[in-house]
Design a protein around this ligand. Structure first.
Ligand code: ZN
Length: 238
């Protein structure tokens, strides 16, 4: 948890020894000021979000692209009382309220799906998946995929490239292809939109195992898409 309310301000901790109360659960939070990682808050008695994972520079950088009041927003299932903290929540209380989940560590298909079910009850959902060298060979394999023999096609004014996953194990790409949310990859700071199953049908799909389509966009275009700004970059599935 990077942010908490302290003395009327929502912020990261500044100094060792700082303490405050979690607005979501009422638990005590203490400041963690690591030498080599981002400053964050730790629940003394365990995080109230069971999905909480260690966060680093990558999370901080992306959260900072959005308004402070959009970062780390607790959502509660009104029936079950289950609660989770969305990394980013934009357009609150509108029909297009959007959750952006920043995924740095690898998660199973079951975990992916349970998060999609929870957040998509009342929101549309975007994933930004960090493809980096700490998880298997995905960073290398994605790079190969971008250079493999491929074909280009256009859908809704956007240029997509259809290609094959550049590694032997197709598990990673298959897991994200099945997502019911919008999936974006951050690979070396470049953002790629992964064509959903629906969009794939407009691009010559359904695709076989390991085959997928991507569309490159700038960071600005991605951030605008999360905010739902009407532009030629808006994602339409119909
Ligand atoms: Zn809490």
């Amino acid at each position: 948890m990077l942010y908490a309310w302290i003395d009327g301000v929502k912020r990261q901790p500044i100094a060792k020894g700082e303490k405050t109360i979690c607005k979501d659960c009422g638990g005590v939070l203490t400041a963690v000021i690591p030498m080599e990682n981002v400053k964050h808050w730790r629940h003394k008695a365990g995080d109230c979000d069971s999905w909480s994972e260690p966060e680093g520079e990558w999370h901080l950088k992306w959260k900072e692209y959005f308004d402070l009041n959009c970062r780390e927003i607790c959502l509660i299932d009104s029936v079950t009382g289950e609660r989770h903290r969305a990394d980013i929540l934009c357009r609150t209380n509108t029909e297009l309220a959007t959750v952006l989940e920043l995924q740095h560590s690898s998660i199973s298909e079951e975990e992916r799906l349970s998060r999609e079910i929870f957040y998509q009850q009342n929101h549309q959902m975007f994933w930004l998946v960090h493809i980096h060298s700490e998880t298997a060979f995905n960073e290398f394999n994605f790079g190969i995929s971008l250079e493999l023999m491929s074909r280009e096609c256009e859908y809704d004014g956007r240029k997509f490239t259809v290609t094959n996953w550049g590694g032997r194990s197709k598990q990673f790409i298959e897991k994200w292809k099945k997502s019911t949310a919008h999936v974006f990859f951050d690979w070396r700071g470049y953002v790629f939109y992964l064509a959903s199953e629906k969009i794939s049908l407009h691009l010559g799909g359904p695709f076989g195992r390991g085959e997928f389509a991507w569309c490159a966009l700038s960071k600005r275009e991605f951030i605008d898409a999360v905010h739902g700004l009407k532009s030629k970059h808006q994602i339409r599935e119909s």
